[in-house]
Design a protein around this ligand. Structure first.
Ligand SMILES: [Zn+2]
Length: 384
């Protein structure tokens, strides 16, 4: 048995309170390839925890059988801060209440931090350059002194993942089908198999890490970013990590029936990535073709009112279809109280809001189209 558990204390934010991460490690520390998995950095996204709950006994069994070839690092609860956010009986969990920052935004820009430092060190050997960059990245994150609980959480998670060959950040959406966000380079370096294996019905690929800097972007885009920043050196920098944000359906899809096959699929992904021995079998036929994030149709509520949907996650829709209606419950004439909200694009609806009171500007649905949408080109991909 080589499994070990580590407790990492977060900066204490109030006398008499104590929060920490537990990190489960399988295989030999430092062995390659390394995989990193974390659940619910958005702490209200429990299906992610459920998938790891089912995966961990499989990893224990593989460990006992000596099948773990590399190293696997699992953080089963990535955000104990958000998990504790119960306000008057309602669980929040998405935003840090002190900094008001979305827990999955603004991770450190490691590429900018280390670019000039690694510039003179790079060689003509791509493998050696990966080692140099990982070493510099770990040291640079270590040198960023966290000032508060939120930073200690985010810096710790980033450091655990930054040198991984595979990094999977497990989330869910409001009410949704399986979907995936991934950097284009990562999609080409194993992400296509991941998308097919987990049964994603909408896989959104992006090119740039600027903007939101969500966890999986911060981990995965460092390679593309350094390639760009250090292009003038002519030194080879491969995409050394396949990093993705896996969205395990909707917030209340917390069942063994979903989570067990989800865990089995993750296990196969780890086998295919070379971390665990054994044959994962053939890659299943993909359920979607990847689309750029600019092909993601996002519906915004035009006004407030009662929200009622006419389309469900997984539905194929056509431009002009009414996805939902917003009802003014105070209108004098209730036969004229409805405002339809239509999609401007064809595609597959993969997510919608769990709330049933619309607020102006609120994201109320997401649809994966197959080509960039002119009205989406200059909009942020992650706007909530
Ligand atoms: Zn999330």
């Amino acid at each position: 048995m080589t499994r070990s558990a580590e407790r990492i204390d977060l900066i204490c934010t109030s006398p008499g309170t104590d929060r920490y991460l537990t990190v489960q490690r399988y295989g030999t520390p430092g062995a390659r390839p390394k995989a990193y998995l974390q659940a619910a950095i958005h702490a209200d996204e429990i299906p992610a925890m459920m998938a790891l709950h089912h995966l961990r006994p499989m990893l224990d069994a593989a460990d006992k059988a000596g099948q773990i070839k590399g190293e696997i690092v699992v953080v089963p609860v990535a955000n104990p801060v958000g998990l504790a956010q119960n306000l008057a009986g309602y669980h929040l969990g998405r935003f840090d209440l002190i900094s008001r920052e979305n827990f999955n935004r603004n991770f450190l820009d490691v590429a900018t931090g280390i670019a000039e430092q690694v510039r003179p060190l790079l060689t003509d050997d791509a493998t050696r350059n990966v080692e140099i960059i990982r070493e510099a990245a770990l040291a640079w994150i270590d040198a960023q002194g966290p000032r508060n609980e939120n930073e200690s959480l985010k810096f710790t998670l980033l450091k655990l993942a930054i040198d991984a060959d595979t990094s999977l950040d497990l989330h869910c959406a409001g009410e949704a089908s399986m979907h995936l966000f991934i950097h284009e380079d990562c999609f080409n370096e194993g992400g296509a198999d991941l998308s097919a294996q987990i049964g994603s019905i909408a896989t959104l690929v992006s090119k740039h890490s600027s903007g939101a800097r969500a966890f999986s972007q911060a981990v995965g885009a460092i390679w593309a970013d350094l390639r760009e920043k250090l292009a003038d050196t002519g030194k080879p920098i491969p995409t050394a990590c396949m990093s993705a944000t896996v969205e395990y359906r909707g917030r209340t899809d917390v069942t063994d029936a979903f989570a067990k096959p989800d865990a089995e699929n993750l296990f196969k992904v780890l086998q295919r990535r070379g971390v665990i021995a054994g044959d994962p079998g053939p890659v299943p036929a993909p359920l979607c073709t990847p689309a750029p994030v600019s092909a993601m149709e996002v519906g915004y509520a035009p006004k407030t009112g009662v929200l009622t949907y006419h389309k469900n996650p997984g539905d194929v829709v056509k431009a002009g279809d009414v996805i939902c209606e917003i009802i003014d419950p105070m209108a004098e004439d209730q036969t004229k109280a409805r405002t339809p909200v239509k999609t401007l694009a064809d595609g597959v609806m993969f997510g919608r809001r769990p709330d049933r009171v619309a607020r102006p500007g609120m994201v109320i649905f997401r649809i994966a189209s197959d080509k960039p949408l002119p009205h989406r080109l200059n909009r942020p991909a992650l706007d909530d």
